[in-house]
Design a protein around this ligand. Sequence first.
Ligand code: 5AD
Ligand code: FES
Length: 327
Amino acid sequence: MKRLLLDSNPQTEELLRQRAVAVRQQLYGKRVYIRGLIEFTNYCKNDCYYCGIRRSNKKASRYRLSIEEILDCCKRGYALGFRTFVLQGGEDGYYTDERLCHIIGEIRSLYPDCAITLSIGEKSKESYQRYYEAGANRYLLRHETACEAHYEMLHPKEMSLSNRKRCLQDLKEIGYQVGCGFMVGSPYQTIEHILDDLSFIKEFKPHMVGIGPYLVHKDTPFCNEKSGDYRLTLKLLSIIRLMLPNVLLPATTALGTISPKGREEGILSGANVLMPNLSPVMVREKYSLYDNKICTGDEAAECVACMKRRMESSGYEVVVDRGDFRK
Ligand code: 5AD
Ligand code: FES
């Protein structure tokens, strides 16, 4: 595996890509799933060194969406064909379990045919259980790096890899479809770390894997670091597809940000999920994890139309479907 990662021969990349696409084709055909991303708060109590919405970034202009605004995003999203809503946010104490369960419950009763995905960080098992009972089905929590020492270089000491892993385990035990993942080219990352990430993913067997290049944010301690490598990210998408044939694998916004055709190429490398933004345009720019994020000025409808066009021109089809994990 190490040799494969270090081999930058375009022919190797092409072969990996072809195999990954063939494997995905057998299970998912040319279907690409869309998830409506609702970035409902950019307040965060954590201080991850790489992230633009870290609590110490005093330049971030903070916002929270009201339940009415969130439900309005869902309404517009449903009309556009979304059958999965992803509620993503910083770790924001304003949204107590009670508030979150109320929001989840409302979405669940208004849209019984939709999947609800949460991406709101580390919580207790009891909290995860409550959200599940309120109607959430899936949870995204990237492990960020599977190496303890590397984890400590990316996060302040109050955060730990062991707690992340505990969360991922709890989520799985409760019955969520779970997604882990990492940034490609995060500061201090080595090939060995990536090998650890791949082993962790292989062992954990997540239903979803979120990977994208690390991208610099100017108002973070890592402002002078380099962004991740685009081709390595594509290669890792192919490798992950081959490792877990039925995994739900998004071509992320970060991939689309680092290269104009990033999301198309992600799909052509083995990804099968896209997550267009449903957040109100008013707040889009504020949910800035990294610099130059794409689609911040576009209405959801424009993004969906744009994605459909892009996928069709690459020979793929965006489908209206919950797009559950297939065993
Ligand atoms: N570049 C790329 N991805 C980032 N994330 C956070 N900050 C950045 C950045 N600067 C990713 C993390 C997190 C997910 C929501 O976004 O992996 O888990
Ligand atoms: Fe947002 Fe293309 S996907 S404008």
